[in-house]
Design a protein around this ligand. Structure first.
Ligand SMILES: Cc1ncc(COP(=O)(O)O)c(C=O)c1O
Length: 385
């Protein structure tokens, strides 16, 4: 697979590429610009050629594919009855919130946070509690566990939405961090809703650990969401997986699922199965390419090509969380770069209170496009001096 190949997405309905005028370079929405694995395209062609698209079941063997995958990757034993397929992860965690909470209940998550972690509880009449992460002296984003516990007690938190690997900081939480989070949740009866959508795009031989795989007690209070969507660039098809091992928790969610969210489309499921079954080698190549993109961006920052910009090197995801607070920009950083350099980045303010002065850059693009992005940013920074 040639990840350097530029494929024009503007003739499609791409949100990332069609939302802004043609002269704007879009490094925002979290999908990549790569063509998905050939096996996915072949499976879709074959299914489309059949020509009938009535109501579907998950493709034969899909459950086993997921069961084998999590056993192989995480030594995690799950059963078919614990699996469900949902169109998307945002719908999935919103469903968990609706199933378990009453208006006015509190939901906690780390910030900076993927914006729907803030928006979804709010839209459901819940109180979102922001648990800010901090940078340690090694420049690594860490969780403030004492504050996390205090906030849970003070606000009688019902649900914790965990994002691991974390968007936007790119942290991959390690076993001891996950154990501490789970212990606190177990102590106060907090349900964990674990969004692990970024778990396959991971660097430097780091290892993803699903929090529910740590032990049985934790698995009973956890709803885990996985998906091939970011991994294989098929997010627009909408197929994700939920794994809920606790019977009580699963039943509470199932009641809502049938009527509120339905199941993914038949083509989405065909693509998901083909990706999980045949996308292994493609994924290895993609992650190697993305890791080089990450390093290229990191080296630009280290060499001072983007003076005033700092970051904490992401351990996962194709997202860079850029600390631009030192830049002498009055008003919105996002608007400054958009208007001055015609580059579209995500505004840190949308990731919670701690995101002011930050920008999120999506490096899931060809290296040429990433170079253009760095050059555009550098030019706009020069104009500040
Ligand atoms: C952490 C996280 N969760 C969920 C999503 C979206 O998932 P879906 O499209 O399946 O709702 C994203 C997309 O950027 C994400 O970064």
């Amino acid at each position: 697979m040639d990840f350097d190949q530029y494929i024009d997405r503007r003739p499609t309905e791409s949100l990332k590429w069609k939302c802004y005028p043609e002269d704007v370079l879009p490094l925002w929405v979290a999908d990549t610009d790569f063509m998905c694995p050939p096996a996915v395209i072949e499976a879709l062609h074959k299914r489309v050629d059949h020509g009938i698209f009535g109501y579907g079941l998950p493709p034969e063997g899909m459950d086993q594919t997921v069961i084998d995958r999590v056993a192989r990757l995480y030594d995690w034993e799950v059963t078919a009855e614990q699996l469900h397929y949902v169109p998307g992860i945002v719908t999935g965690f919103t469903l968990v919130l609706r199933a378990l909470c009453q208006p006015g209940d509190a939901v906690i998550f780390q910030t900076p946070a993927y914006p729907p972690f803030i928006g979804s509880p709010m839209a459901s009449g819940l109180i979102g509690i922001q648990n800010p992460m901090y940078l340690d002296d090694q420049g690594v984003y860490r969780i403030d566990f004492d504050l996390f516990e205090k906030q849970i007690i003070d606000h009688k938190v019902k649900v914790y939405i965990l994002c691991n690997p974390q968007n936007p900081t790119g942290r991959v939480f390690n076993q001891s961090e996950l154990e501490r989070l789970a212990e606190i949740c177990l102590r106060y009866g907090v349900v964990i809703c674990s969004d692990e959508i970024h778990c396959d795009i991971i660097y430097d031989n780091k290892k993803h650990i699903p929090i529910a795989s740590l032990d049985q007690e934790i698995s009973k209070i956890t709803a885990t969401f996985l998906a091939p969507s970011k991994t294989y660039n098929i997010a627009g098809l909408h197929a994700s997986v939920s794994i809920i091992q606790g019977d009580e928790l699963r039943k509470a969610c199932e009641q809502y699922a049938t009527f509120l969210i339905g199941s993914p489309g038949v083509l989405a499921m065909v693509a998901a199965k083909a990706a999980y079954e045949h996308g292994g080698e493609w994924l290895k190549q993609q992650n190697a390419y993305l890791q080089q993109n990450r390093d290229m961006l990191g080296e630009s920052i280290e060499r001072g090509e983007l003076p005033g910009v700092k970051w904490s090197k992401p351990e996962a995801t194709f997202l860079g969380w850029l600390d631009c607070r030192e830049l002498p920009i009055e008003g919105s950083h996002q608007e400054y770069f958009f208007n001055t350099a015609k580059i579209c980045l995500n505004d840190g303010c949308t990731f919670g209170d701690v995101g002011k002065g930050f920008l999120r850059l999506n490096f899931g693009c060809t290296r040429d496009v990433l170079s253009q992005g760095i050059e555009l940013m550098a030019g706009a920074i020069k104009m500040l001096s």
